[in-house]
Design a protein around this ligand. Structure first.
Ligand code: FAD
Length: 797
């Protein structure tokens, strides 16, 4: 369409005409929003999409991300029939080889994961792998996993087909139309400025690829992504390549390989990528590539020559170098931003944009038209990133590592190495004196365990740090330990309507008198859990909410967007101002006496009160996330190190995040993002104690309907019988030959002396013997409702 035909208003404006923008507009139109428009400043696909290798491999880390690609596959194979335009979809499967024993475990775990998600995946021998890829040198191959449903697509043809589908439904695409500004008012989208005039809209979708950070900033929102160079080698025809072959992944060498017009396409995820200064990719960067860099590619070439001896004599067509954007955690961003209501992101695709694009565009359109995604996508919610990551320096340092991590073995406890110490906790200095091993969560540097002897070796088996965990858990179980929980988000909710407001957005009864802690959930109107939190009622008109570390922005946005006009409620983010220390264990009362806070001893379970430690004002709350008696102590961040020192001097042993995780799993305490998400409801998860049915909370009717619906999976605990078995979560659970569920979290339970997993299981499987598939081996266990340790909670009360 010509820029002169731009409408003056539209229900939604999609910015960017790559696969993400085309798919989003296609699905908006399909869902009936036919006056939506797409604005592309150059031509469709001219950004990253046109030069994509366009592999489509379905398996992702979660079922719902996998389902997005499954949806893409069905869309890409059906679009030609719908539109008459071929997409170039080729279904030849994919082959993932292993050349080290740990990679073999990794691929067997992936095979098991695929089975959990209902994908076909089969472990095959090196010989069978070679039969499927005769040109491969399989001498060093230990085995492989074969996934027959994967394939690839022609990215330009795909977008042409989507565009035809768009036009057939009456929605419009404007090429050569730059978006120059996004207008907002009171934190809400009002419209977009373009070279052809202003378009009024309350919904803007940023699908501007690697330019999305700048485009989102026009609307006052953050989109932390950064471009890196991304390479693949193309050769002229090679003897022995006939027709199409499966995609061959040699992740140990950082390579993916496929045929291309009778030749080879050899792409890589090198150990450390090359960031690109964004200003070098100006607005006229259309259908362009970056210079070849053979020095950078050389180590990858060596691996490629080993895998494909035929490359030695193949004639090189080019070393393609195209830009692609990467996010701080390697997952894309899909959904509404925290900062600006009505501003959505569909970007930061981390080199899976073509594979995910069909499903991601569908999910984004569903969020916009129906108000919620088709299934939980909280793991890719743009609101998950802390502000600390949204600096060009932090992103430029992290993005190259993201490329390297893409194919790395996902060992438990694996950590990022770039951009550490972005946000030290208030007690960081003290922890370093106790030889803490730190991990990064949402930019925060959190102690994972103490008395680190050396850098730990990573393994799927007994972790190097298990001895430290054992000692820390036993300290909390037999004497006293102190955990730092300062990374919790803290939101002060104040105002005359604070109680009635929270009673509407929270499931539990929030009308307790000041002095009380309240564990509660926030539900969406489908009855799924948006957040779990603990509220501290400070005054009649004031509560402090403690939310998950990565939930702060998301929960703040949820609270603000749940406010009714005229409601007298204010929100304040106190996360940086306050520290939290958990003093836990049977000797915690002795320590309380030793530091002079006898007042805390009189608190009832779930009560809180003020006291002074080391001359610093604190507030202690009688509750526990680890199942031992004690207090969660809140104080000013600037006082935290003094308070901590007093507790340690009085005998509390430092304990880290790994010990806490092991203890919470033994106690059946759930963690959002692992055991809980927006699809699951409190009844499935055994959290009905946090639901006050006599209050009118958001999601109540849907929850009522779910209560009547039998057959939902339930949360159970599985205690395994072997000692040297190491479940890590996300493993399928079997009864006989039938998959009956999946583990959600797992750890060695020090207090029960056995590995313990939390698992969502078919209701009939929740009690009795089950088996967990750990990298292809079945581990025996017993499923039960309720926690593995101290089911009545006697120790913490
Ligand atoms: C070498 C290489 C290999 C790859 N291989 C694969 C693969 O095998 N499988 C896979 O799934 N993915 C792969 N990818 C990644 C994939 O290509 C990208 O994830 C995907 O194309 C991103 O699509 P997009 O729509 O987000 O961005 P883009 O295609 O970059 O589209 C963004 C568009 O926004 C437009 N725009 C920007 N600013 C404005 C503005 N102000 N106004 C209007 N328009 C604007 C741009 O002009 C551009 O056309 C590969 C990438 C590279 C570089």
């Amino acid at each position: 369409m010509a820029i002169t035909d731009l409408p003056s208003s539209a229900s939604a404006v999609v910015i960017g005409g790559g696969v993400m923008g085309c798919s989003t507009l296609y699905h908006l139109a399909k869902l009936g929003m036919t006056d939506a428009v797409l604005l592309e400043r150059n031509q469709l696909t001219s950004g990253s999409t046109w030069h994509s290798a366009a592999q489509v491999r379905a398996l992702r880390s979660t079922r719902n991300l996998t389902d997005l690609i499954r949806y893409s596959i069905s869309l890409y194979s059906a679009l030609e029939e719908e539109t008459g335009q071929a997409t170039g979809w080729i279904n030849k499967g994919s082959l993932s080889i292993a050349t080290t024993p740990d990679r073999m475990i990794h691929v067997r775990r992936q095979e098991a994961l695929a089975h959990s998600f209902g994908l076909t995946a089969t472990a095959i021998s090196a010989g069978e792998a070679k039969e499927r890829w005769p040109l491969m040198n399989a001498d060093d191959v230990l085995g492989a996993v074969w996934s027959p449903d994967d394939g690839r697509v022609g990215p330009t043809d795909l977008c042409a087909a989507l565009a035809k589908g768009v036009r057939a439904r009456g929605a419009r695409i404007f090429e050569n139309t730059s978006v120059l500004g996004v207008t907002t008012e009171g934190g809400k989208v009002k419209g977009v400025e373009t070279a052809g005039g202003f378009i009024q809209t309350d919904t803007v979708v940023v699908c501007a690829g690697l330019w999305s950070r700048e485009v989102a900033a026009m609307g006052g929102a953050q989109a932390p992504l950064f471009p890196c160079e991304h390479f693949y080698l193309l050769t002229k025809p090679v003897p022995g390549i006939e027709g199409n072959l499966p995609t061959l992944s040699d992740h140990d060498a950082g390579l993916y390989i496929r045929d291309d017009s009778g030749g080879l396409l050899v792409g890589c995820f090198e150990p450390l990528g090359k960031p690109i200064a964004p200003e070098t990719l100006g607005e006229d960067f259309a259908f362009q590539l970056l210079p070849e860099d053979w020095d950078h590619f050389e180590p990858m070439m060596a691996g490629a020559l080993n895998r494909l001896p035929a490359l030695e004599t193949a004639e090189v067509k080019m070393l393609l170098n195209g830009p692609e954007s990467f996010t701080p955690d390697g997952a894309f961003m899909l959904g509404e931003t925290a900062e600006t209501h009505g501003l959505y992101l569909g970007c930061g695709m981390n080199s899976v944009g073509v594979a995910s694009g069909g499903g991601a565009g569908m999910a984004l359109a569903t969020m916009i038209v129906e108000g919620a995604p088709p299934a939980d996508l909280s793991g890719v919610d743009p609101k998950r990133f802390s502000n600390a990551f949204n600096s060009a320096e932090a992103l430029a340092a992290r993005a190259p590592e993201v490329l390297g991590k893409h194919y790395e073995i996902t060992y438990p406890g694996r950590q990022w190495t770039s951009q550490r110490n972005l946000q030290p906790t208030p007690c960081h200095g003290v922890w370093t004196q106790h030889d803490a091993h730190f991990g990064q969560v949402d930019g925060w540097e959190r102690p994972l365990y103490f008395n680190k002897q050396s850098d730990p070796a990573l393994t799927f088996g007994r972790p190097d740090w298990q001895g430290a965990i054992n000692a820390e858990v036993m300290a909390a179980h037999t004497s006293a330990a102190v955990f730092e929980q300062s990374t919790f988000g803290k939101i002060l909710v104040s105002g005359a309507d604070a109680e009635s407001f929270l009673n509407r957005v929270c499931t539990n009864d929030m009308a307790w008198a000041p002095g009380r802690m309240i564990y509660t959930l926030m539900l969406n109107d489908r009855g799924g859990i948006e957040s779990d939190l603990t509220a501290m009622r400070l005054k009649a008109d004031q509560y402090r909410l403690f939310v998950g570390t990565t939930a702060l922005k998301r929960d703040m946005a949820w609270l603000k967007r749940s406010l009714n006009p005229g409601e007298r409620v204010a929100f304040q983010d106190e996360t940086q101002d306050l520290a939290v220390l958990g003093l836990m264990g049977p000797s915690a009362p002795d320590i309380a006496r030793a530091v002079g806070v006898e007042a805390l001893l009189d608190l009832k379970y779930f009560g809180h009160g003020e006291a002074v430690i080391a001359g610093r004002a604190i507030r202690g709350a009688r509750l526990s996330y680890v199942g031992e008696t004690g207090w969660e102590i809140t104080c000013a961040s600037s006082d935290a190190a003094f308070v901590l020192k007093a507790l340690v001097d009085a005998g509390a042993k430092p304990a880290g995040g790994f010990a806490q995780t092991s203890m919470r799993i033994e106690k059946g305490f759930l963690a959002y993002g692992h055991d809980m998400d927006t699809d699951l409801d409190p009844l499935q998860l055994g959290l009905s104690f946090a639901v006050a049915w006599d209050t009118a909370f958001i999601g109540r009717e849907a929850l009522e309907a779910r209560r009547q619906k039998p057959g939902q999976r339930k949360m159970a605990t599985i205690v395994l019988s072997g000692h040297d078995v190491w479940p890590h979560g996300n493993e399928p659970v079997y009864c006989g030959d039938k998959i009956v569920g999946m583990t959600t979290s797992a750890a060695y339970g020090v207090r029960v002396g056995a590995p313990v997993a939390l698992a969502l299981l078919d209701k009939d499987a929740c009690v009795g013997p089950v088996e967990i598939d750990i990298a292809g081996a079945r581990a025996l266990g017993t499923a039960q409702f309720g926690p593995a340790f101290d089911p009545k909670g006697a120790r913490m009360r």
